[in-house]
Design a protein around this ligand. Structure first.
Ligand SMILES: Cc1cc2nc3c(=O)[nH]c(=O)nc-3n(C[C@H](O)[C@H](O)[C@H](O)COP(=O)(O)OP(=O)(O)OC[C@H]3O[C@@H](n4cnc5c(N)ncnc54)[C@H](O)[C@@H]3O)c2cc1C
Length: 411
């Protein structure tokens, strides 16, 4: 069996590892080839900022630089895929070579989504890949970039703002809504904004960028209110979108991402998709969605490996879940950021908010003290009726055993 995996991110690598680990129990020894557009060993995007600050490689190359050798994966890096031909079971690489497969995994992740004019000007950087991040950080280290303007205050924008400030840049970050608007409600976001400002980062909220300005090189941003902001470098952190352009004529069912069923199978035989590129479904609402976060990528990669080998592999659905590790205060955001009812407790820099619909937790936000996160998440996933506990739920020591019997807990 020849397995070809497109993409060496956490989804692709987890699929490879799962296959290698489980294949012997099926008396199989698949030939696994993994292709990556980038010229690095498989790496962890969330560890990039830490790597640039500390030089640490263990977390960046999260499975070790030699992981492909250990897993006996034929790793072709620096080899972008141009097209997939499902009828011929072939993939065309940019260098005009073809690769054959019996089973194909699409795990090409996501890329910058920058719906702003001028995003392709030199001087507009992004932090979506290691190559892009290296380009930016090298210029900062050389002293070419002394002040930077980050457009978009999502979790990648905030991470890059914190990194650049720590590397000695003067940083301004803008967002048309507030800080991390897809993850945080406005009140929770205020605490994060305060943390950023305490570090010396200038935060402009409710500030819409219309386009990057400059003729040959970006020199700043024109705002919707008519103002212009200037900077040595602009960083586009305006969102991500699945890497699907090379699949245009493949016959695959593509919405925002590659549509898959609950075993990560696409509409075409012998082709699976996983990670940021895959359009799965939300674990709570069942709605089709791309939740582009690490834990979803790895759990989907595992489902692919299991299903390909005939093990039971029903995917439970993607979760909305984020934590922020680079801020001075711990932060945890899970599920929805609003509900019919909100339980709230604010104490200085500590904020706890739990959102309920019909007495069931649909999401929560914890800042400053993230104790209880595991309990709330478990209650949310089990859809346990917690309405009777009211404000008691806000106690960080609230015990799941108060509402779930031991038998259910151990089930
Ligand atoms: C700066 C940053 C910080 C993040 N922090 C967090 C965090 O704290 N928590 C969290 O849960 N998530 C975080 N994420 C998101 C997380 O990294 C992604 O959800 C995860 O990496 C997705 O894994 P993936 O394997 O689907 O795709 P990716 O990691 O994007 O990997 C895609 C792979 O496909 C390859 N590829 C792309 N196009 C082609 C092509 N045409 N041909 C061949 N190969 C191709 C790429 O080279 C790469 O190897 C962060 C992301 C970034 C960028």
């Amino acid at each position: 069996m020849r397995v070809l995996i497109l993409g060496a991110g956490p989804a692709g690598l987890t699929a490879a590892r799962t296959l290698r680990e489980l294949a012997p129990s099926r008396l199989l020894d698949p030939a696994i080839t993994m292709v990556s557009a980038e010229s690095f060993p498989p790496y962890s995007p969330p560890a990039m900022a830490d790597h640039f600050l500390t030089g640490r490689e263990e977390t960046l190359y999260w499975q070790g630089k030699d992981v492909c050798d250990r897993l006996r994966v034929d790793y072709r890096c620096g080899a972008p895929v141009e097209a997939v031909y499902p009828e011929q079971r072939q993939v065309l690489l940019q260098d005009a070579r073809y690769l054959d497969y019996d089973r194909l995994v699409i795990a090409t992740g996501s890329r910058l989504h920058a719906p702003l004019q001028g995003y392709d000007l030199p001087g507009v950087y992004n932090f979506k890949s290691l190559a892009a991040a290296l380009g930016l950080v090298e210029h900062v280290r050389k002293g070419d970039i002394k002040n930077a303007l980050v457009v978009g205050a999502g979790f990648i924008g905030v991470e890059v703002a914190v990194l650049l400030q720590a590397l000695g840049c003067a940083v301004t970050i803008i967002d048309k809504q507030w800080v991390m608007p897809n993850i945080l409600d406005e009140e929770t976001a205020e605490l994060v904004r305060h943390d950023l400002e305490c570090r010396g980062i200038v935060v402009h909220q409710h500030t819409e960028a219309l386009r990057f300005t400059g003729r040959r090189r970006a020199s700043g941003v024109k705002l919707a209110n008519g103002e212009k902001l200037v900077a040595d470098a602009c960083i586009a952190a305006t969102g991500v979108k699945p890497n699907v352009s090379f699949l245009e004529d493949s016959g695959l069912d593509i919405g925002w991402g590659v549509r898959v069923d609950n075993r990560m199978r696409t509409n075409l035989p012998s082709i699976w998709a996983a990670g940021d590129v895959a359009e799965t479904f939300d674990r709570m609402s069942g709605e089709r969605y791309v939740h582009a976060i690490w834990p979803n990528a790895t759990s989907q990669g595992e489902v692919v490996g299991r299903d390909m080998l005939g093990f039971s592999a029903d995917y439970e659905g993607a979760e909305k879940m984020n934590s922020m590790k680079h801020l001075g205060l711990p932060m945890m955001a899970v599920g929805e950021s609003s509900g019919e009812e909100t339980l709230r407790r604010r104490d200085g820099d500590t904020l706890r908010k739990i959102f309920l619909d019909e007495g069931r937790i649909v999401g929560f936000r914890l800042v400053g003290d993230i104790r209880g996160a595991g309990t709330y998440r478990a209650l949310m996933l089990k859809r346990t009726d917690v309405g009777q506990f009211g404000e008691d739920l806000l106690d960080p020591r609230f015990r799941i055993s108060r509402c779930v019997s031991p038998e259910v807990l151990h089930h």
